[in-house]
Design a protein around this ligand. Structure first.
Ligand code: NAG
Ligand code: NAG
Ligand code: NAG
Ligand code: NAG
Ligand code: NAG
Ligand code: NAG
Length: 487
């Protein structure tokens, strides 16, 4: 009798133990991260997660983490891969499973505490200028599409303050989705970044960037009413918290008119109210402040800092060759060349404090074919058509390609017949090949150092780079960091 009871208890407790994982998913919960089992284990049971899309392209992953093709799965999906794009819904009723409440969470909480300390201030916002930390430091872009073959865990984050993980987009219902599901979730890049990597580098802060040059095309229509803006802000807050980012960057390139600028402002305001003061909120801002029609100083109240895209100052749209990313404007220039310093001066005049500005550094340059060798190609009539690194025809040259193609045999030495010229007025180098009449404006270790010094001298918030995948053996990034620490 006694032993029968014991058996029964064992039996019941076995059922109980075994039923725990089942219970999790039969409730209104979702497996956000494929933490426990491998993706093939999940898939073999017809299951899926944000980590792990369904096996067959036509299947949808329901919000309960099951694969199927009917409307039960596809109308309310967790991850829809019926199209190339992946949708991550962030509806209220989606709650993570206890997976997120395990020991991992504890570790992260500790990490977050240190992080939070660094980015919080005790003062309450009480003026047009907020008191959120603008201590940006070295900010790097880490676009998911360059992580395809590499492992994010191998990247050295030493002395990097902020990682800007890009890009997520918004679908037409205002729901965030990953632009590169296989890297972000299947290869777990985001999971590693916000768990393992942050544990290893406790001071590192991570920001998820929304939009981008081609990814913000629908922002105008997705953000055209207060109700929609509110929904988007809530969705963004949810996804940031789910994926454990420290903040969000809004990269809307660019609002078309005053109405859209006001909608951007409303979005920032809503985001700040939902995110609270401890999360980072930044805006990727144009090198042409006039795009914001005088509203830039109104953004200051809500954001930690502006990431100013201080590059693409000259290109195919100009008649003459110029500089892609000069620190200062040249005194004589046939294009009316603008520069980083000109951009930041306008923002500052408009009321954006220098301490809120992060300037950009380009790890790439542009090539033109010119019809005269005067000035070693600078400020001559030229075209970018058909120019560029192997595989490019729009003039694009990454620093990496310049080094790999041996146009630069070392950071500051050009291989003959290429001639390197350092332009001390703009603090940038150019290259010229007199045999082929090719001219390249680019940035190198010295121009990175000038940027770091400029930021420190003028008490800006930091410097960000587009983007680390274009570097060669970390030459530019290391020099930037060294100079940033030195000045
Ligand atoms: C999730 O991963 C963490 C860290 O690897 C582990 O400690 C935890 O037990 C896992 N949780 C589940 C439910 O598998
Ligand atoms: C904001 O400033 C005003 C005027 O100085 C003061 O009366 C008010 O208490 C301040 N509010 C906060 C929240 O600090
Ligand atoms: C602003 O620009 C958008 C996109 O071009 C357009 O749809 C909208 O009508 C414009 N609004 C105003 C008030 O001009
Ligand atoms: C994040 O990346 C986007 C990508 O364009 C960039 O515009 C933005 O400035 C970056 N933000 C941070 C915080 O680096
Ligand atoms: C260079 O181009 C300009 C403008 O098209 C033209 O006026 C000039 O003659 C050209 N020079 C040469 C050497 O082809
Ligand atoms: C050139 O094309 C590449 C690939 O489409 C793109 O990533 C890059 O931004 C373009 N560069 C320029 C300078 O327009």
């Amino acid at each position: 009798m006694k032993s029968k009871l014991l058996l029964l208890i064992i039996f019941i407790s076995k059922i109980f133990v075994m039923s725990i994982p089942l219970k999790k998913v039969t409730q209104n919960d979702v497996i956000l991260l494929n933490n426990g089992s491998t993706c093939s284990e999940l898939n073999s049971k017809g299951r899926c997660s944000l980590d792990c899309p369904c096996l067959k392209a036509e299947q949808c992953c329901s919000k309960h983490g099951y694969c199927g093709t009917t409307s039960n799965y596809c109308n309310d999906p967790l991850v829809s891969i019926t199209t190339e794009k992946t949708t991550i819904t962030t509806k209220k009723n989606i709650i993570t499973t206890t997976i997120k409440k395990t020991t991992t969470t504890n570790k992260i909480t500790t990490t977050k505490k240190t992080t939070t300390k660094k980015i919080t201030t005790t003062t309450i916002d009480n003026s047009s200028i907020n008191t959120y930390s603008a201590n940006a430091g070295i900010v790097i872009y880490l676009p998911n599409y360059n992580l395809g073959s590499s492992n994010i865990l191998d990247f050295d984050f030493t002395n990097i303050d902020v990682v800007n993980y890009s890009f997520f987009r918004l679908n037409d219902n205002g729901e965030p989705y990953s632009t590169y599901n296989s890297v972000d979730f299947k290869n777990k890049a985001i999971y590693y970044l916000n768990n393992d990597i942050k544990k290893k580098y406790p001071k590192l802060r991570t920001v998820l960037s929304f939009g981008g040059g081609s990814g913000s095309g629908n922002f105008g229509s997705v953000l055209n009413t207060d109700a929609k803006i509110k929904t988007v802000a809530k969705n963004i807050k949810n996804i940031i918290n789910e994926l454990k980012f420290d903040g969000v960057d809004i990269d809307w390139e660019f609002p078309n008119n005053e109405t859209e600028i006001k909608n951007l402002l409303t979005l920032l305001k809503k985001l700040r109210s939902y995110l609270g003061n401890n999360k980072i909120l930044t805006i990727s801002a144009s090198a042409s402040p006039s795009k914001y029609q005088g509203y830039s100083n109104k953004f200051v109240k809500y954001v930690n800092w502006f990431n100013i895209m201080t590059y693409n100052y000259a290109g195919s749209w100009h008649e003459y060759t110029g500089y892609n990313s000069p620190l200062y404007s040249p005194s004589k220039d046939l294009n009316g060349q603008k520069s980083c310093h000109e951009t930041t001066s306008i923002y500052i005049n408009e009321g954006v404090p220098a301490s809120r500005l992060v300037i950009g550094g380009a790890f790439y340059g542009r090539e033109w074919k010119v019809n005269s060798s005067t000035n070693n190609g600078y400020n001559q009539v030229g075209t970018t058509n058909g120019c560029g690194a192997p595989g490019y025809t729009n003039g694009s040259w990454s620093y990496k390609a310049l080094r790999e193609q041996n146009i630069l045999s070392s950071p500051k030495v050009a291989t003959s017949p290429w001639i390197r010229t350092w332009h001390s007025d703009v603090k940038s180098p150019t290259l010229f090949n007199p045999n082929t009449n090719r001219y390249i404006s680019y940035d190198d270790t010295d121009s990175m150092c000038e940027r770091a010094a400029y930021v420190k001298k003028n008490k800006f918030a930091g410097v960000m780079v587009w983007e680390v995948g274009l570097d060669y053996k970390r030459e530019l990034l290391n020099r930037l960091i060294r100079c940033y620490q030195k000045y």
